[in-house]
Design a protein around this ligand. Structure first.
Ligand code: TZD
Ligand code: CA
Length: 526
């Protein structure tokens, strides 16, 4: 009879989960012995970076990814990063090592006392199998739960289980396949199409899920047929629509009152692939203007159930886009006239305005560049200067937890080595996931990190003003030189002194990782 480990490895191989992001400990070693040839273990030096890299990799490949963490301490280190993976619906399959079964009760060192409870409520499913023979089936469940729920799952496995005999039924799991279909039934689709076709002034709100699902171009087709304005959902983590398209109105501000204002005059708001809504700043008011009907289409049943207003249909928003685009006639606005970019603002003194940096990226990098952004005070500068027309062009920490950007960029670049990838990272944000630079160096990941150094937590200074807190301590971060930090992790780095030097450096096409630091002036997010 094969061992639990043999069956588990073969199952992962058949499901295509052969790239493992991890940081191991003693409990995990028995799972990692005898990995078949096709497996690749991507070592991260801190679990936050491990999850950030896996998140970027899974988002860019569109597939579940295996993450290997060490017991309670490693899982705990990963949890901040997991908040982002939850909000972006990333199917991470986390397998953590547990002490041997007889040592858990007495709480021997490295026993994860109640492993599933530790990870709830973040993960969609968490378990520790009741016996060794249930490990292969439970591993399969972890993979399918992550895929079906589009949420990380967590499996804790006592390390003595891996060598155990799997039992005669274990191979049955190897042939399992689980998928979902999310097309609305005829009557549901008909009603929705009628509501949309009958609207006088419809507006579209698109969430990051649209890009995740590969429906960026289909969304353009639908919008042009609707011929109404398009917003991106607030707290955006992927760009679902070309940001200079004539119908695009930008990312909705993440507050109740400004969203109501944006919808004024629309009889129908159709929200596709987003929660309603991920507000951030508390700006109270009425949710919707009087007479505005809101219909949300999402695959996430919880997002439908918890919305505070509106109607919801739990269905695949991609399938709904197709259904609606086919139901509407094709007399919409053509997409020819994309809005021009304004001249970048400049700053006083030697520092660059972030708009000058972003204009340089826009001009010097190819049009299909993927950007992973974690720079918080520069959001409005970013959208003023960028011209993103391709799917998979933009990633941002989905729950606002810093530490996704740098590792996420490494993961995206590993997933798409043929596509230019740039991390746009603040001097505050960089520190939360900085060890990912080492992984990038070891794997020679083709990636440019543009490090914006303004010497402060810029967004928090702005928030201090909003909240009437002008005197909070702990907001400045002087004395950081990321060229030396990067070199220490094995990544070549340079400091660009002016916009000409920056543009010249960005025009080069390196085949490995590099970091470009630039001093920038403090701006506000909006
Ligand atoms: N810790 C974590 C894990 N996530 C967070 N979001 C914060 C702290 C709080 N925080 C923000 O929300 S923005 C920010 C912090 C510390 C400042 C980021 O600084 P930066 O970017 O240099 O990356 P800006 O452009 O200077 O704001
Ligand atoms: Ca900063």
């Amino acid at each position: 009879m094969p061992s639990v480990r043999r069956i588990a490895h073969e199952f992962l191989e058949r499901q295509g989960l052969t790239t493992v992001f991890g940081n191991p400990g003693s409990n995990e070693l028995p799972f990692l012995t005898g990995l078949p040839d096709g497996f690749r273990y991507v070592l991260g030096l801190h679990e936050g970076a491990v999850v950030g890299m896996a998140d970027g990799y899974a988002q860019a490949t569109g597939r579940p990814v295996l993450v290997n963490l060490h017991a309670a301490s490693g899982s705990g280190n990963a949890m901040g990063a997991l908040t982002n993976a939850v909000a972006s619906g990333t199917p991470l399959v986390i397998v953590a090592g547990q002490q041997v079964r007889p040592a858990i009760g007495p709480e021997a060192n490295l026993a994860n006392v109640d492993a599933p409870a530790l990870m709830r409520p973040l993960v969609g499913w968490a378990a520790e199998p009741a016996c060794a023979q249930d490990v292969p089936r439970a591993l399969a469940q972890a993979v399918f739960e992550a895929r079906l729920q589009r949420r990380p799952s967590y499996l804790s496995v006592p390390y003595d289980d891996w060598a155990a005999d799997a039992g005669e039924n274990a191979p049955a799991v190897l042939d399992r396949w689980v998928e979902r279909a999310g097309v609305p039934a005829g009557e549901q689709g008909h009603r929705l199409a009628e509501a949309v076709a009958g609207a006088r002034r419809p507006a579209l709100v698109l969430g990051g899920d649209i890009d995740t699902a590969g429906r960026f171009d289909d969304a353009v087709r639908l919008a042009e047929r609707l011929a109404g304005p398009v917003w991106a959902a607030p707290s955006l983590f992927r760009l679902p629509f070309p940001n200079r398209h004539p119908l695009f109105r930008g990312v909705l501000p993440a507050g109740i009152e400004p969203i109501r204002r944006a919808f004024e005059g629309h009889d129908l708001v159709l929200v596709l692939g987003a929660p309603v809504f991920r507000y951030h700043e508390h700006l109270p008011g009425r949710y919707l203007p009087a007479g505005t009907r809101l219909i949300q289409v999402t695959e996430d049943a919880s997002a439908a159930a918890r919305a505070p207003m509106g109607e919801a249909l739990v269905a695949d928003p991609g399938a709904v886009i197709e259904l609606l685009a086919n139901a509407l006639d094709a007399s919409g606005v053509p997409s020819a006239d994309y809005r021009p970019v304004p001249a970048p603002r400049s700053a006083e003194g030697p520092r660059l305005h972030p708009e000058e940096v972003f204009a340089a990226l826009r001009d010097e990098l190819p049009a299909d560049t993927a950007y992973v952004v974690e720079s918080t005070s520069t959001t409005s500068s970013w959208w003023r200067q960028m011209d993103l027309r391709r799917p998979g062009s933009y990633y941002f920490p989905a729950a606002g937890g810093l530490g996704f950007g740098l590792p996420g960029a490494v993961g995206v670049a590993m997933a798409q080595p043929e596509r230019p990838v740039v991390g746009v990272i603040g001097d505050g944000s960089a520190n939360y996931g900085v060890t990912a630079l080492w992984t990038a160096a070891q794997h020679r990941v083709p990636l440019t990190v543009v490090l914006l150094r303004n010497g402060t937590y810029g967004a928090l200074r702005w928030f201090g003003g909003l909240l009437g807190v002008p005197d909070a301590p702990g907001l400045d971060i002087p004395g950081l030189d990321f060229t030396r930090i990067a070199e220490g992790y094995g990544v070549p780095a340079l400091h660009a002194d002016g916009v000409d030097e920056l543009r010249a450096v960005l025009a080069e096409r390196p085949d490995g990782p590099r970091l470009v630091q630039v001093d920038t002036a403090l701006t506000t997010p909006s």
